[in-house]
Design a protein around this ligand. Structure first.
Ligand SMILES: [Zn+2]
Length: 84
């Protein structure tokens, strides 16, 4: 069973979390085109490889965390300084 390491709760079963998708940074609304804004709002990538994702610890501390995961192998890559 896959585990995620919550920075506040420690290693927990992945079933305690909700996947919020890959991180994407909000563009500056005053300096972006309509097409770039549409892409930010509606287009979701489906990355194949290492990706940073946002997860929500719904059954725990109810905080968001960033997890680095390889989508090819479903392997979680520990953050620097984190032991597995
Ligand atoms: Zn937590």
């Amino acid at each position: 069973m896959m585990q995620l390491s919550c920075p506040w709760c420690g290693p927990r079963n992945v079933n305690e979390f909700h996947h919020d998708g890959p991180l994407h940074h909000r563009p500056d609304p005053t300096a972006t085109t309509v097409e770039e804004w549409r892409h930010y709002l509606y287009i979701r990538e489906n990355p194949h490889g290492v990706v940073e994702e946002r997860w929500y610890h719904a059954a725990g501390c109810r905080k968001f965390l960033v997890v680095t995961r390889d989508t090819r192998t479903n392997t979680v890559i520990p953050a620097e300084g984190e032991s597995r």
